[in-house]
Write a protein that binds this ligand. Structure first.
Ligand SMILES: NC(=O)c1ccc[n+]([C@@H]2O[C@H](COP(=O)([O-])OP(=O)(O)OC[C@H]3O[C@@H](n4cnc5c(N)ncnc54)[C@H](O)[C@@H]3O)[C@@H](O)[C@H]2O)c1
Length: 387
């Protein structure tokens, strides 16, 4: 019997993505799996049940019990999601394990094996499975289109017989995958784009996509795995002070700064916003994780008064879902490429000697097997035990 790979219709409101595409179904079928997709799962990503069927999937009614095998998902699993799975099931998707203690502990207790693609080691072999990159890339693009929509002026310099329109000055703070895509997109629209980041490699990366790197002479802050380290309080304050004149001179500020496992660094304060020109726009990708910009609220677009008028402050939420067909296409292939690692001749074979399998496994055999996650969740477990 080939292993069954089930793809669910996402339950979270506002979530339009799906973890399978016709191309990913073909890949899974070629790897020996029988693919089942809940009816209508691809609708918001413009993928019909007929297209899935033509690729080799069976369509099942939403909520049909998962018998065994592998579940592919987009949103982190909740306790209810886990409790609907049989013991021994395997799940592949984003798990947000550091913020989702309840889901992780439920999976452990249920004997479900969970793979968190958001914790996959970002080595070269993982590139085709890297959901953080595929989704951040779309987020970076969307941040700019949100800003352009709110800006109400053109980005590019335009000369006409009736006069010249000045180009928009765009500042991008945090130049990881999303930030670099934001720089490239704003540049393509004709903006004058500058950026700042704290990793040593970021100056060259910013220049490679056409941005001007703002060197604040703060020193670099690199951590393992290509990520940034949190800045100590005095350096973080100095960074804000040095950024203030750049923010005041910008028409558009886009923030994407993050430090894994920490709240997003605060880069823009209310006082800095107060110094901006009326009509300016700020968009904060980190609004859901603490906010790079003071006052940003995920999913809200607010007017903030400044001298002579107001600026628009947008807190991003679910913005990959705004581009669901593209986001699903990339996410689905990320999932299929990873799942193919778990399949040998149509059966699941979990090779924990493989760095990618071991590095993304969170729960297995009734235990939390990720040391990082176990360590991070330990205090909450202790609190529960002593309560
Ligand atoms: N497979 C691969 O090899 C692979 C794939 C994707 C990304 N990467 C690398 O992973 C790294 C992280 O990328 P990401 O987009 O996931 O990062 P991320 O989402 O963790 O953070 C976004 C950006 O915020 C920056 N940042 C953190 N604190 C800051 C501060 N105080 N001020 C300004 N910027 C700040 C980070 O340096 C990072 O560039 C990058 O080096 C990227 O090149 C590698």
């Amino acid at each position: 019997m080939p292993v069954t790979v089930r793809v669910r219709a996402e339950r979270a409101s506002g979530e339009k993505r799906v973890a399978a595409s016709p191309e990913s179904v073909k890949k899974l079928v070629t790897a020996g799996a029988a693919v089942e997709i809940e009816a209508g799962a691809g609708e918001a990503s413009l993928i019909s049940d007929a297209a899935y069927r033509a690729a080799g999937a069976a369509i099942v009614p939403p909520g049909t019990a998962v018998a065994s095998g592998v579940l592919l998902h987009v949103r982190p699993l909740t306790v209810d999601d886990v409790e609907a799975l049989p013991s021994g099931a395997i799940t592949v998707g984003m798990l947000d394990p550091f913020q989702n203690a309840a889901g992780v502990e439920a999976a452990r207790d249920r004997g479900v094996t969970t793979f968190a693609l958001d914790l996959l080691p970002r080595i070269s072999r993982a590139q085709s499975m890297d959901v953080l990159s595929s989704q951040a890339l779309l987020a970076g693009y969307r941040l700019v289109t949100l800003a352009a929509d709110a800006f109400g002026r053109m980005f590019g310099m335009t000369m006409t017989a009736a006069g010249t329109l000045a180009p928009a000055r765009v500042l991008v703070l945090g130049a990881g995958v999303a930030g670099l895509q934001a720089i490239a997109t704003a540049k393509r629209l004709g903006g004058i784009v500058s950026a700042n980041d704290v990793r040593a490699a970021s100056a060259d990366e910013v220049r490679s996509v056409g941005g001007t790197f703002i060197d604040l002479d703060l020193g670099t802050a690199d951590a393992a795995g290509g990520y940034a380290k949190e800045l100590a309080e005095d350096r973080a304050r100095r960074q804000q002070e040095l950024l203030a004149p750049h923010i005041a001179a910008s028409d558009i500020v886009i923030t994407t700064a993050a430090v894994p496992g920490r709240a997003a660094p605060r880069l823009v304060t209310a006082a800095m916003i107060a110094g901006m020109k009326p009509g300016s726009v700020l968009v904060d990708l980190a609004a859901e994780t603490g906010g790079n910009i003071e006052g940003s609220v995920a999913g809200e677009r607010r007017r903030v008064a400044v001298e002579g008028g107001a600026v628009t402050l947008i807190g991003a939420r679910d913005i990959q879902s705004d581009l669901a067909p593209d986001a699903s296409k990339l996410y689905a292939m990320n999932c299929a490429n990873f799942t193919a690692l778990l399949l040998k001749e149509g059966e699941t074979v979990l090779d924990f000697d493989d760095e990618l399998v071991a590095g993304s496994a969170i729960t297995h055999d009734g235990r939390i097997v990720s040391e990082r996650v176990a360590a991070a969740l330990a205090p909450s477990t202790m609190v529960e035990e002593s309560a």
